[in-house]
Every structure is written in structure tokens, then in C-alpha cells.
Ligand binder design. Structure first.
Ligand code: HMG
Ligand code: MG
Length: 287
């Protein structure tokens, strides 16, 4: 049987949160509706963070209300705290994500909290989501390198992963936020994390700043990881990570995985159409 590898599309969130142009909700909805035809199981479409911190995501409720929900797709949203969780629940997000970091510098810059403080904030979100039957995903940023603190010790990633896992996250997504990881550092990081969380519960979330994301995916597949986050058209970055380029492009990951003999269930023609839409959205911007 051909091995299945899932691509979790994050372009409408991780991609569009970083565009300088304020993209109208109608354009986001059109992109998401196209992506909904590609065969994804999960698409991250919204982020209920402070609109003062990330104005690009302020219309997340409108976006979730405007999309045509395809059966079988989980439409996901970021929720940094209880306020974000309540907004996500009101907007009927199918699943939410809490997002921490393995480095103190990035944690402070991104969510204005130390790692320990952030975990204290996430706990009530995870508890309430459990009561509501809403799945919670956990992100860890800066799993190999941090723009503020330098190299991240693998043991620190493993420690944060264990805590998010204990909180009830159904999957932990490991973020190479600034795209500086290499197959060697990604492998060392994964080997540490695998002592705490099984491979079937991990995802790789690799930005492509240094052009190594596909190689990092291959290194992760070799260790049993079977879910990868990607953004159509290579959209994105992170507003609080200087130098972070876009996520690895969905269509490139799909091609590489298919060439390696894996099944992704995605329609390459629809992906190309969505990638063109994403590029057009970016061209409309001044970045
Ligand atoms: P803070 O300023 O410390 O929060 O920010 P606060 O609790 O003191 O609240 C300040 C104001 O924000 C208050 O309003 C709150 O009501 C409001 P005011 O009284 O001043 O009018 N507020 C909110 N409003 C709407 N929704 C909310 C919310 N929370 C507070 N949820 C906070 C702390 C976490 C809110 C802020 O730092 C924040 O929003 N950060 C988000 C940054 C972000 O979105 N970064 C990008 C996503 S992470 C990423 O891209 C990495 C990832 O892709 C993985 C990887 O690549 O590594 C996931
Ligand atoms: Mg990211």
C-alpha cells in the first residue's frame, strides 16, 4: 500500500497574516473556497489574535462566516488565549491551535509572554476546548533557530512538546519559523522530541528562507513524520520573526512527496490554480 502523507494547508493564515496590503475578506474567501476543492483534510483559515498585533487577521470571523464549507474539511484557527478561543468558537472554527515557542526571545516578541506564562495561558483554552469537543493543535516555533536567541537546544523543544502533549493537543506542529534548519538540525530536534511524542502525532512546519524546507521534509519523513504544513504559492512569514520567508509552497511539497512515491490525495491542477491566485494576491501588495 502506498504510504499517505498529509499536507495541512496554512496559506490563508500563515501566508496572509504577513502581507503588507490589507487583503479584503472576499479575496481570502475566494482563495479558501478554491483550496477546499484540492483534497485537503485541514485548512488553517483564521487567527483570533489581537487585531492590534496582527491587523491582517482582524477579519477572521468574517472569513469563517463567508467560506463555503466543504464536507470533511476541518477549518482551523489560531487562538492565543481565552478571548481568542471564544471568538473562534463564535465563528464556528472546527479546530483551534495554541502556539508557543521553544525560545524565550521569540515567545516574548510574538505573544508577549515567557514560555511558562504562555503555557499557563494555553491551559484554560485546552480545557475549555476539550469540554466543547473542539480539537486543539499545538505549535512550537523556533524549533532549530530563533531570530533573537540563536540556536535552539533540541531538549527545550522536547520539553515544550511534552507539555503541550500533556495538555491534550492532538498533534504538535514543529515550526522552523525562520527557515534556517537543515536536515541535520531538524533530525537532532526530532530525535529529542520523539522521546516525548510519537511520530504519528507530529507535524513539520518548515519555512523556506534558506531553500532547505524540502530537504527538511525528507529528513522528517525518514523519521516517521507524516504531516507537513505548507502554504500555497509559498505565501507568508511571521510578522514577529524578522527574516522569516514564506512557508514551503504546497505545490512543491506535493510534487516532491509524489515523486518520492507518497500519496497526498491532492489535485495538482487545483493547487496550481490556487497558487496563481496567491501570487496575484501578493502582486496586488507592495511587498
Ligand atoms: P498583550 O498585549 O500582552 O495582551 O498581547 P493583553 O491580554 O494585555 O491584551 C491587550 C489588548 O489586546 C486588549 O485590548 C485585549 O482585549 C486585546 P485593549 O484593552 O488594549 O483594547 N486582546 C485581544 N483582542 C482580540 N483577540 C484576542 C485578544 N487578546 C487580547 N485573542 C497577545 C498578547 C497574545 C494577545 C498578542 O501578543 C497577540 O495577539 N500575538 C499574536 C501574534 C501573532 O499572531 N503572530 C503570528 C502567529 S504565530 C506564527 O506565525 C508561527 C507559526 O506559524 C509557527 C511557526 O512558523 O513557527 C504558528
Ligand atoms: Mg509559520
Amino acid at each position: 500500500m502506498v504510504d499517505f502523507v498529509e499536507i495541512f494547508e496554512v496559506g490563508p493564515r500563515d501566508g496572509l497574516q504577513n502581507e503588507k496590503r490589507m487583503i479584503p475578506a472576499a479575496e481570502k474567501i475566494k482563495l479558501i473556497d478554491t483550496l477546499s476543492q484540492a483534497g485537503f483534510r485541514r485548512i488553517e483559515v483564521a487567527s483570533f489574535v489581537s487585531p492590534k498585533w496582527v491587523p491582517q487577521m482582524a477579519d477572521s470571523g468574517e472569513v469563517l462566516a463567508g467560506i463555503t464549507r466543504a464536507p470533511g474539511i476541518s477549518y482551523a484557527a489560531l487562538t492565543p488565549n481565552m478571548k481568542g478561543y471564544e471568538r473562534a468558537r463564535d465563528a464556528r472554527a472546527d479546530e483551534v491551535a495554541i502556539f508557543g515557542a521553544a525560545s524565550e526571545g521569540f515567545s516574548r516578541a510574538n505573544i508577549n509572554a515567557s514560555i511558562d506564562e504562555s503555557l499557563e495561558r494555553f491551559a484554560p483554552v485546552a480545557e475549555q476546548a476539550k469540554r466543547d469537543g473542539v480539537p486543539v493543535r499545538g505549535y512550537i516555533s523556533c524549533v532549530t533557530d530563533c531570530p533573537y536567541d540563536g540556536a535552539t537546544p533540541p531538549a527545550k523543544v522536547a520539553e515544550v512538546a511534552a507539555k503541550l502533549w500533556a495538555m491534550g493537543c492532538y498533534e504538535i506542529s514543529l515550526g522552523d519559523t525562520i527557515g534556517q534548519g537543515s536536515p541535520e538540525t531538524i533530525t537532532a530536534m526530532l530525535e529529542a522530541v520523539l522521546n516525548e511524542v510519537p511520530a504519528q502525532k507530529l507535524a513539520g512546519h518548515y519555512h523556506d528562507t534558506a531553500g532547505r524546507a524540502l530537504a527538511n521534509i525528507e529528513a522528517s519523513v525518514a523519521l516517521g513524520v507524516r504531516v507537513f504544513d505548507a502554504a500555497v504559492g509559498g505565501l507568508g512569514g511571521c510578522p514577529y520573526a524578522p527574516g522569516a520567508a514564506g512557508n514551503v509552497a504546497t505545490e512543491a511539497v506535493n510534487k516532491r512527496l509524489t515523486d518520492l512515491g507518497y500519496h497526498t490525495g491532492l489535485n495538482a491542477g487545483v493547487l496550481d490554480k490556487a497558487a496563481q491566485m496567491a501570487r496575484d494576491m501578493r502582486e496586488g501588495s507592495d511587498v
